[in-house]
Design a protein around this ligand. Structure first.
Ligand code: SAM
Ligand code: SF4
Ligand code: SF4
Length: 356
C-alpha cells in the first residue's frame, strides 16, 4: 500500500528517487553498514590475529563508541538520502547486550526495507527470536569450515562448531531468512573443505557465499598467493555439481550468483580481489566510533561523532553526509595491483572496525 499522502517523504519511492544522492562516479548511496563495536569473541587470523589483538590491546571505550541514539540518528539521516539497506556488523555485533532495542529503532525507519546482521553466530541461538521480534529481517553468518580443526584455526582457537550450527538453526526457526553463510577462502588453510561445506548446505535454502581473502587493513599479513580466485573455485564446484549463473537481485549486489542445476539452491562468489565491482558500489560504512568511510579500503574517513555531540541536527548532519557522498570517487579494487607493494603499505582502516 503506497498512498502518496499518508507516507513520509523518505518512504515515497518517487521523492526518494528525486532525492537520491549520486557520488562523483554516479553511484547512489544505497547501503549503510554500521559497526556496533570493535571487540570480538573470535580472533580470526585474517581479520583480528591474536598476536596483534592480545589481552593488552586497547579497544574503544564505551564513551568513544557511538550510542544507539547516535547510530539511529546517522541511519535516519542516511535513509533520507536514499539508504534503504542497513547491515549491522562489527567486531561481533552480538556482544552488544542491547542489540534488540537498536534493531527495533532501525526497523521503524521509513524507507529502510532491508535490515540485516552479520555475525559469527556464537551468541545467536538464544537471541534469534528477540531479534526477529524486534524487526530484523535476516542474518549473514560467517562460517569458514565444517572441519572442526580448520574451523578452530580460522576462528583463532575460539569457535565452537556445534554452537554456530545451533545459531543457524535458531535463525532459521525465527524466520531470519534467507540465511547467507559467508566463507572466507584461504589457500592451503580451508580451500580443501569448501566442497564439504557446500554439500552440507545444499538443499537447506541457505546461500553459501565464497569470499576471496582480501587485503583489508594492514595486520592480516595478506599475500596474493593465499587468495583462491573465484574462477578456480567455480571450476571445482562445476566438476562436482553443475551450476548456472543467475542475474543480480539488485544493482550493487556484490556476489555473483549461481544456481545448482539440480535445484539444490544457490551459491555466490565475492571476488573483490580478482574481479572488482567498484562500478556499482553503493555502500557507506560507519565505524563504532562514528567515522564514516566510503570504501572498505579507505585510508581515512569523516568523523561524525564530534558534530553530533556538538548538537548538529538532522539537517546539518544531512548536509555533512551529502557532501561526503558527492565527493566520493573511491574504486580501490579496480585500481589495486596485487603485485604493487605500495598498495598494501597504505595505512588502511581495519576490517573489524568497519565490519566488512
Ligand atoms: N564478526 C562478525 C562476523 O564475522 O560475521 C561481523 C564482522 S566481520 C569483520 C564481517 C565479515 O568480514 C565476515 O564475514 C568475515 O569473514 C569478513 N572478513 C573479515 N576479514 C576478511 C578478509 N581479510 N577477507 C575477506 N573477508 C573478511
Ligand atoms: Fe571477529 Fe568477525 Fe573478524 Fe572473525 S571476522 S575476528 S568473527 S570480527
Ligand atoms: Fe566499494 Fe571500495 Fe570495495 Fe570498490 S574497493 S567495491 S569502492 S568498497
Amino acid at each position: 500500500m503506497h498512498g502518496m499522502t499518508s507516507h513520509s517523504k523518505a518512504d515515497d519511492p518517487i521523492s526518494r528517487e528525486s532525492t537520491r544522492t549520486l557520488d562523483a562516479l554516479d553511484r547512489p548511496l544505497h547501503d549503510l553498514r554500521i559497526s556496533l563495536l570493535d571487540r570480538c569473541n573470535f580472533r580470526c587470523p585474517y581479520c583480528m590475529p591474536e598476536t596483534e589483538f592480545h589481552a593488552d590491546y586497547e579497544f574503544l571505550t564505551r564513551a568513544q563508541r557511538l550510542t544507539h541514539d547516535e547510530m539511529l540518528m546517522v541511519a535516519r539521516v542516511a535513509s533520507g538520502l536514499g539508504v534503504s539497506k542497513i547491515r549491522l556488523t562489527g567486531g561481533e555485533p552480538l556482544l552488544d547486550k542491547k542489540l534488540p532495542e537498536l534493531v527495533k529503532g532501525l526497523s521503524g525507519l521509513p524507507g529502510v526495507d532491508d535490515l540485516a546482521l552479520t555475525t559469527n553466530a556464537t551468541l545467536l541461538a538464544p537471541l534469534a527470536g528477540a531479534l526477529a521480534d524486534a524487526g530484523l529481517h535476516r542474518v549473514t553468518i560467517s562460517l569458514d569450515s565444517l572441519d572442526e580443526d580448520v574451523f578452530r584455526t580460522m576462528s583463532g582457537g575460539r569457535g565452537n562448531l556445534t554452537t554456530v550450527l545451533a545459531g543457524i538453526e535458531a535463525a532459521e526457526k525465527a524466520g531470519l531468512s534467507p540465511i547467507k553463510i559467508n566463507v572466507v577462502v584461504e589457500r592451503g588453510v580451508n580451500d580443501h573443505t569448501v566442497l564439504d561445506l557446500l554439500e552440507h548446505f545444499r538443499g537447506s535454502g541457505h546461500i553459501v557465499r565464497l569470499i576471496e581473502f582480501m587485503d583489508v587493513g594492514n595486520r592480516n599479513g595478506w599475500r596474493m598467493e593465499q587468495v583462491v580466485p573465484s574462477r578456480e573455485l567455480l571450476e571445482r564446484v562445476q566438476e562436482r555439481w553443475p551450476v548456472t549463473p543467475v542475474g543480480r537481485n539488485y544493482p550493487g549486489e556484490v556476489a555473483r550468483r549461481y544456481a545448482y542445476v539440480d535445484g539444490a539452491g544457490e551459491i555466490g562468489f565475492i571476488s573483490s580481489v580478482t574481479e572488482a565491482f567498484c562500478g556499482s558500489c553503493s555502500r557507506a560504512r560507519l565505524s563504532a566510533d562514528g567515522v564514516l568511510y566510503t570504501c572498505l579500503f579507505a585510508t581515512q574517513g569523516t568523523d561524525l561523532r564530534e558534530p553530533i555531540r556538538n548538537g548538529a541536527d538532522d539537517d546539518e548532519l544531512g548536509d555533512i553526509l551529502s557532501r561526503i557522498w558527492l565527493q566520493r570517487a573511491d574504486r580501490y579494487s579496480e585500481l589495486r595491483r596485487p603485485d604493487v607493494a605500495e598498495h598494501h603499505a597504505l595505512s588502511k582502516v581495519e576490517m573489524y572496525r568497519i565490519g566488512g
